[in-house]
Design a protein around this ligand. Structure first.
Ligand SMILES: Nc1ncnc2c1ncn2[C@@H]1O[C@H](COP(=O)(O)OP(=O)(O)OP(=O)(O)O)[C@@H](O)[C@H]1O
Ligand SMILES: [Mg+2]
Length: 263
């Protein structure tokens, strides 16, 4: 016959067991939450890596196209002229001379094209003097080439920032300007670069025909590239545009801490 003492004891045992069980469940829950979080971090890293690979792949493709359409064409045409020179040398020296000169001109064009490609890959001024000087230089070139009014405003001391940020800003501005020129039909573009605490904000604006950012067709990579670059650097992009109302792209990029050149 169990006494009162016995039943109290077994109740206390039971309670202890339940408490232990609850503790174990909590520990399991914590471990599961940590595992889910680790999985999410790994998935985000895989996503970033895939984006980085895609971006690099596309850039290589663009360079390949440019070499194919520009440099390789000039060299092939020069080769053709020099071959003509060899074939005509004894038969028709005057024509052979003309072919030779044409070949030389094509080589000079090829050389200029090669220089342009190299400067475009990694503009020396970006590396040496930073993003403001590089943008000033870019806008100067654009003003020479196109009938476009480009206003450039920079606020806050930008100085030298982490090289990946400088390159990203430069590429984004190139794309924004190219889009404004090709698609917007605006004669005016305004680029603003601001530094605020630990953030750089880039804004590219035109007053052109605008578009619907949610309805960009496939096979378009410019705006996607801007988004991907920003995302890779932990930043955000907002594209505000409506048909007939112009376009404004705003990119916020956190400054990278402890980068040797980051002052
Ligand atoms: N500033 C702008 N004004 C008007 N339309 C624009 C502007 N920027 C982009 N668009 C529209 O959005 C589309 C997508 O732009 P995106 O830069 O992604 O591709 P793209 O310029 O057509 O090609 P690319 O891959 O060479 O950049 C464009 O085709 C154009 O219709
Ligand atoms: Mg584009």
């Amino acid at each position: 016959m169990p006494t009162m003492d016995d039943s109290r004891k077994s109740r206390e045992d039971l309670l202890r067991e339940v408490e232990q069980l609850v503790e174990r469940i909590r520990a399991l829950e914590t471990a599961e939450a940590a595992r889910v979080e680790a999985d999410a971090v790994a998935a985000a890293e895989r996503h970033h890596l895939r984006q980085l690979i895609r971006l690099h792949e596309r850039e290589r493709q663009t360079v390949a196209y440019e070499i194919h359409d520009g440099l390789a064409q000039h060299l092939a045409a020069a080769q053709f002229q020099f071959q003509a020179f060899v074939e005509m040398r004894s038969r028709d020296p005057d024509q052979a001379d003309r072919a030779f000169e044409a070949g030389l001109r094509l080589l000079a064009d090829g050389l200029e094209e090669a220089r342009r490609l190299i400067a475009n890959l990694r503009p020396p001024v970006l590396e040496e003097l930073g993003v403001i000087a590089a943008l000033d230089d870019l806008f100067w070139q654009w003003r020479q080439q196109y009938d476009l009014e480009i206003e450039f405003v920079h606020r806050g001391r930008i100085g030298r920032i982490a090289p990946p940020l400088e390159t990203a800003i430069y590429r984004m501005v190139q794309e924004g300007l190219t889009n404004a020129r090709r698609h917007s039909h605006s004669r005016r573009v305004r680029v603003v670069l601001r530094r605020r605490d630990r953030l750089v904000q880039l804004s590219i604006r035109d007053w052109g025909k605008g578009f619907d950012p949610d309805r960009v067709g496939p096979g378009r990579f410019g705006l996607r590239g801007i988004r991907e670059r920003a995302e890779l650097l932990g930043g955000t992009v907002s594209i505000r545009s409506r048909p007939g109302r112009g376009t404004r792209i705003v990119v916020d990029l956190p400054l990278v801490e402890n980068w040797p050149e980051d002052d």
